[in-house]
Design a protein around this ligand. Structure first.
Ligand SMILES: NC(=O)c1ccc[n+]([C@@H]2O[C@H](COP(=O)([O-])OP(=O)(O)OC[C@H]3O[C@@H](n4cnc5c(N)ncnc54)[C@H](O)[C@@H]3O)[C@@H](O)[C@H]2O)c1
Ligand SMILES: N[C@H](CO)Cc1c[nH]c[nH+]1
Ligand SMILES: [Zn+2]
Length: 427
């Protein structure tokens, strides 16, 4: 079911911007039209797109306090406790990412520093087209709240105007979400970016979503901040002859079941392992509730490649910069130094990606489509901004003045030099 390719064919399929570029254009075009309509038509346009993609629109977008309260009685206590333990782990991990305002230079005549301040209002996208993602509520909102944002507002799609899944409302309360709006897809991203009559404009949008949502975030960037491109899930697994084919098949499926566009890759030095993984995929997929999604993803977007050495395996993985990289080899910890580009790394056969997806602490909102080459997983840094500041006394300006004027003259921006000399003439 999962094709075995040569290294060249593997790269052709896995490297973003090649095989995918036509698809990307299609998503961008679709998203662009919806964004323009929502900018023009506000709530009414949002409703018409909900009607088109998600069924009957809800009576009101905002989930009321009463609905949020009532949700707690609809969720099993054991489930609530699991969510709370996951939230504790996520909070502990992200708390250690916090930074403070600091002074970089201070000698009486000169002071320079950096203010760290939270972003005011953020929009959190929680996907919900084909699955319910309480874990994404925790992963997005916990770092936002830790960073001190004034308002964290969540959007998520519902089918046919139904109530929001109670577990999402509970997760939102655990994480500290301020407002929840029943709207998803491109129309939700547009509403957050530009505001509508009932959904306030935010300063930054974070969170994962399908290819349409990822395209929409790309298009609104600049008018509003975004965290990264966190599109359909990806995993690459590097394995050797010691790896367990049952675990590998399970982990490939765990990502493939997200979306037909999810991408699961196996890079291994062992040909016999590939054969075992392939037959194990058949067995495990056949018993899976989401087998049609997982099989479509594995067949159309997935691939295995057999390489000579682990060094070659890491070279391929670094080229595709996968969202998740699992290293299931004899000495996984020793291999970490070979990783150059990946969103998040999972070391050893007892660290399935699912542990990180839900529970362990590191964030599961991660860069996809090769963007791990230049961006990082969600963290508290995504919810703060830094403002530098500077103070010079007259004495300090006197000392610096000549250099500033010299550089200003070289740039032929005389006015800049005058802004300094005017002050120094003033005795
Ligand atoms: N990278 C990450 O960090 C990360 C984390 C979790 C989930 N994910 C990914 O999130 C995605 C969730 O996808 P999903 O589809 O279940 O939910 P989603 O909420 O992202 O998308 C559903 C919405 O897509 C819109 N849509 C559907 N078809 C459309 C069309 N033809 N044109 C325009 N809009 C359309 C609809 O409005 C629908 O509400 C998966 O791809 C999953 O892999 C990624
Ligand atoms: N694997 C997803 C990130 O690509 C995160 C997730 C949420 N729930 C299950 N998995
Ligand atoms: Zn997952």
């Amino acid at each position: 079911m999962i094709p075995v390719l040569t290294a060249d064919a593997f790269l052709e399929k896995a490297l973003p911007g090649r095989a995918n570029s036509q698809d990307q254009q299609q998503y961008l075009q679709a998203a662009s039209a919806i964004i323009a309509d929502v900018q023009q038509g506000g709530d009414e346009a949002v409703r018409s797109y909900i009607d088109k993609f998600d069924g009957t629109p809800p009576k009101q977008f905002l989930v009321t306090e009463e609905e949020r309260q009532a949700a707690w009685d609809k969720v099993d206590n054991q489930v609530i406790r699991s969510l709370q333990r996951a939230a504790d782990n996520i909070r502990d991990f992200h708390r250690k990412q916090l930074s403070n305002s600091r002074i970089m230079q201070a000698d009486g005549d000169v002071m320079a520093g950096q203010l760290y301040q939270p972003i005011e209002r953020v929009g959190i996208y929680v996907p919900g087209g084909t699955a319910v993602y309480p874990s994404s509520v925790l992963m997005n909102a916990i770092p936002a709240v830790l960073a001190g944002v004034s308002e964290a507002n969540m959007v998520t799609p519902v089918k046919d105007g139904e109530e929001i899944a109670p577990i999402l409302a509970v997760a939102a309360d655990i994480a500290g979400v301020n407002h929840i709006y029943r709207v998803g897809g491109v129309q939700a991203i547009a509403a957050l970016a530009y505001g509508t009559e009932s959904i306030p404009k935010v300063d930054k949008i974070v969170g994962p979503g399908n290819a349409y949502v990822a395209a929409a975030k790309k298009l609104v960037y600049g008018d509003v901040g975004i965290d990264m491109i966190a599109g359909p899930s990806e995993v690459a697994i590097i394995a050797d002859q010691t790896s367990n084919p049952v675990y590998i098949a399970a982990d490939l499926i765990a990502q493939a079941e997200h979306d037909v566009n999810a991408r699961a890759f196996l890079i291994t030095t062992s040909a016999p392992l590939v054969a075992k993984v392939q037959s194990e995929l058949e067995v495990q997929c056949s018993q899976l509730p989401r087998k049609s999604i997982a099989s479509a993803s594995l067949t159309q977007k997935g691939a295995c490649v057999i390489v000579e050495t682990l060094e070659e395996a890491f070279q391929l993985s670094n080229q595709i910069a996968p969202e998740h990289l699992e290293i299931q080899v004899a000495d996984p910890l020793a291999s970490l130094g070979n990783v150059r580009h990946a969103g998040s790394v999972f070391l050893g056969e007892y660290t399935p990606e699912a542990l990180g997806d839900y529970y362990a602490g590191p964030n599961h909102v991660l860069p996809t489509s090769g963007t791990a080459r230049f961006s990082s997983g969600l963290s508290v840094d995504d919810f703060v901004k830094k403002t530098t500041y500077l103070y010079y006394s007259k004495q300090a300006l006197k000392q610096a003045g000549n250099d500033v004027v010299t550089i200003a003259n070289q740039e032929e921006l005389e006015g800049h030099g005058i802004a300094v000399t005017k002050r120094l003439e003033d005795e």
